[in-house]
Design a protein around this ligand. Structure first.
Ligand code: SF4
Ligand code: SF4
Length: 189
């Protein structure tokens, strides 16, 4: 932790929210990755055809943070630069459940159009070793196109803050460690 950050944090009563920080680098997205995504989505769309009553197997949408806690979460994820997206690979956790939801919400689109919704959102440059949709400005998918895994996941530090009973205290987000650590300004209601 850099010295001046330690002092700044020690001097106030803000609640620290501690998250990791990604150090991945941006590289051009290979056509091979886009091909793997296409193959994965075609399999998920085919699996959807054989699902029984897909509407009923669609789980309720996850609860999103709102208001001040949403601002804290957004600040944390921005400073962290999407550390948790490394598991998304070339599939982004998209499965037949997600396809069922997307098709239900966009009845005017056929399967090919849904496929293109995703293919068109693959960024030209993405973070090496992270999810295919992890671009320079974060995730290129809107929440309505993301998997339930992505829409409901929070890392330990953020989950602990979001499930706590103090949603009104000022907060300082601390992302990463050592020289690479970054802190947010004090966030207050
Ligand atoms: S949930 Fe946690 S690990 Fe994932 S992007 Fe946000 S702060 Fe980073
Ligand atoms: S789809 Fe978006 S939120 Fe989900 S792992 Fe990929 S980049 Fe992260």
């Amino acid at each position: 932790m850099r010295r001046h950050n330690v002092d700044a944090l020690a001097d106030d009563t803000s609640l620290p929210v501690i998250v990791p920080r990604s150090h991945k680098v941006l590289v051009p997205t290979s056509s091979e990755r886009a091909r793997r995504l296409r193959k994965h989505l075609i399999a998920a769309l085919r699996a959807l055809r054989t699902m029984k009553l897909p509407e009923r197997s669609d789980p309720p949408p996850p609860t999103e943070p709102v208001g001040f806690v949403a601002r804290v979460a957004q600040t944390a994820c921005t400073l962290c630069k999407g550390w948790c997206c490394k598991g998304g690979g070339d599939h982004a956790y998209l499965d037949e459940q997600t396809m069922a939801r997307v098709r239900r919400d966009r009845p005017e689109l056929d399967a090919r159009a849904v496929l293109m919704l995703y293919i068109d959102r693959v960024p030209r440059d993405g973070y090496e070793g992270s999810c295919l949709f992890h671009g320079s400005q974060g995730c290129t998918l809107t929440r309505s196109l993301r998997s339930d895994v992505c829409n409901s996941y929070f890392c330990a530090g953020l989950a602990s803050y979001l499930s706590g009973d103090d949603a009104t205290s000022p907060v300082v987000v601390i992302a990463g460690e050592g020289n690479a650590m970054r802190t947010s300004p004090i966030l207050a209601l």
